[in-house]
Write a protein that binds this ligand. Structure first.
Ligand SMILES: Cc1ncc(COP(=O)(O)O)c(C=O)c1O
Length: 430
């Protein structure tokens, strides 16, 4: 697979290089130079999830990895289901929260972890990341006990929910957590400083494993095929999918799925009140506003870093602009939809409710509709209970983590102290 830097076309890299580098020159994202169509999509849809996903990923990655290796990686990474649940008539929900950290990030995170540990070829790799909540858990679980890989996670002390925190601080072994006395921005500043420290970068084999990594997107393509495969055959035409969008990575994966042959007739990238893309599509002006805090806080993004990838496919005519929609959903509508869905018997957290509303806003009255549930309702228990007047039970993954002791070390927001603590923990001489 050859990929090009969308900000500097002179930089072309292989899949392995793109996974290792993450981001290209001038902070440009990598995108495949060629997305060829899959053969016999109907037959592919008849295969089991992991088997089919291995075929799709092998098709995308090409000759760089043997089919047997891709198959092993996928079998380990996708060891939980993505059920399509009928909500009413022609409307279905693709539930992506049945993995270890109860969110869609488990698919991309686990496949990325497989890639990074394979490509490190026995060399030491240290994943360093700052988290304001969910990323820490997904990264920690994905890399937990992977040989030659250590994970260092920084989070702002006392500023993330206990459930979020315990999902990663209780693991131990190769997962090292630091609660930083400061804000999320302080944590990010420490990470930035570490990536500017050549000595540390080299000693630890630093990698950010962030959400821009192409391996994540490739993995996410697979669950769109899984959604369509679970539809009755007669309902597979005119499929409309709505994706709750923040950084636009998930919807980018949906578009790639369509480009390589999955019949997705209409695609909605539905945002919360952080509506840079909906305004851009309307006025043709890119004007990010200050980010506003929302109930769907994982989508509080005003400069979506995957948008250049989506735009490249639209501009190149790989996916028809007329079939792509992006509209925003207000906070009031979000709570109204959560309530309406609850009355209909479906429990949705705010991100999922926004995806549902995206279907309704762009409805044409025919075909099959699929909205994505990107997180388990219990991950947003506080807001769900407040809006719906419920007291939803915690799934075992959350209640078990809450019962375990937190293994994080508390540090001040001081780079020298962090470096010393990490070197000590990883037995590296200063
Ligand atoms: C629960 C949830 N839903 C939706 C999104 C948005 O996905 P994307 O950033 O790929 O658009 C996120 C992103 O973190 C998320 O955590």
């Amino acid at each position: 697979m050859k990929l090009v830097n969308l900000k500097d076309a002179s930089q072309q890299v292989s899949f392995v290089e793109a996974v290792k580098i993450g981001l290209g020159r001038q902070q440009g994202v990598f995108f495949p130079t060629n997305l060829s169509k899959l053969d016999k999509v109907d037959e592919l849809l008849d295969l089991p999830f992991a088997t089919r996903s291995a075929v799709i990923l092998k098709h995308l990655i090409g000759d760089e990895l043997p089919a047997s290796v891709v198959n092993e990686m996928v079998t380990r990474a996708f060891n939980f289901p993505a059920p399509l649940v009928k909500v009413k008539n022609n409307t279905y929900c693709l539930e992506l929260f049945h993995g270890p950290t109860l969110a869609f990030k488990d698919f991309g995170g686990r496949f990325m972890a497989e890639c990074i540990s394979l490509f490190s070829e026995g060399e030491r790799v240290t994943i360093l990341t700052a988290t304001s909540g969910d990323t820490g858990a997904a990264v920690a679980h994905a890399f937990y006990n992977k040989p030659n890989v250590d994970v260092v996670i920084l989070y702002p002390e006392g500023k993330i929910s206990l459930a979020q925190q315990k999902l990663f601080t209780t693991l131990g072994n190769n997962i090292h957590c630091y609660s930083v006395k400061g804000s999320f921005d302080d944590c990010q500043a420490l990470v930035k400083e570490a990536f500017l420290d050549d000595e540390l970068k080299k000693t630890l084999g630093l990698n950010s494993a962030n959400s821009i990594n192409i391996s994540r997107l490739m993995a996410q393509v697979c669950y769109y095929f899984e959604a369509v495969s679970q539809l009755p055959k007669l309902e597979r035409e005119k499929v409309h999918i709505s994706v709750p969008s923040g950084n636009f990575g998930n919807v980018c994966a949906a578009m790639i799925a369509a480009v390589i042959g999955l019949p997705i007739a209409r695609l909605s990238a539905t945002t919360n009140q952080n509506d840079t893309v909906p305004r851009y599509l309307k006025d043709n002006e890119w004007q990010p506003n200050t980010t506003k805090e929302s109930l769907s806080n994982a989508m509080d993004v005003s400069k979506p870093n995957n948008w250049p990838r989506v735009e490249a496919m639209l501009v190149d005519g790989l996916y028809a602009k007329d079939n792509f929609f992006s509209r925003s959903v207000s906070e009031t509508s979000t709570t109204e939809i959560m309530k309406a869905l609850h009355v209909e018997g479906y429990l949705a957290e705010p991100h999922t409710a926004i995806a549902y509303q995206g279907l309704k806003q762009d409805e044409q009255g025919d075909g099959t509709e699929i909205f994505l549930a990107t997180a388990h309702p219990a991950k947003f228990k506080e807001s769900v209970d407040k809006v719906l007047g419920t007291n939803i039970p915690l799934p075992p993954a959350l209640s078990d983590a809450l019962a375990k002791p937190c293994l994080a070390e508390s540090i001040t927001a001081d780079y020298a102290k962090l470096k010393q603590a990490v070197y000590q923990k990883l037995n590296v001489g200063l």
